[in-house]
Design a protein around this ligand. Sequence first.
Ligand SMILES: [Cu+2]
Length: 77
Amino acid sequence: MTAQPNSDVTVTLDVPGMVCDGCAEKIRGALTQIHGVHKVKTKLWQKQVQVTFKKETVSEKAIVHALSQQGFDAAAA
Ligand SMILES: [Cu+2]
């Protein structure tokens, strides 16, 4: 198996339910635990979450699902 050096992708998700630092903290905590997720950046004022992940390991769909399990609806921004 050949490793691709640049297989990281960054997606921006709209998360309208993220309304305070507590939400942002919860989201960061949940997403950074996912195998393959490298970076989570929450933009509280914009209600957006930027997630950088290895696309061979995890999908945007899985990330959206993980957010819904935490009680947050998310959609591609
Ligand atoms: Cu909150």
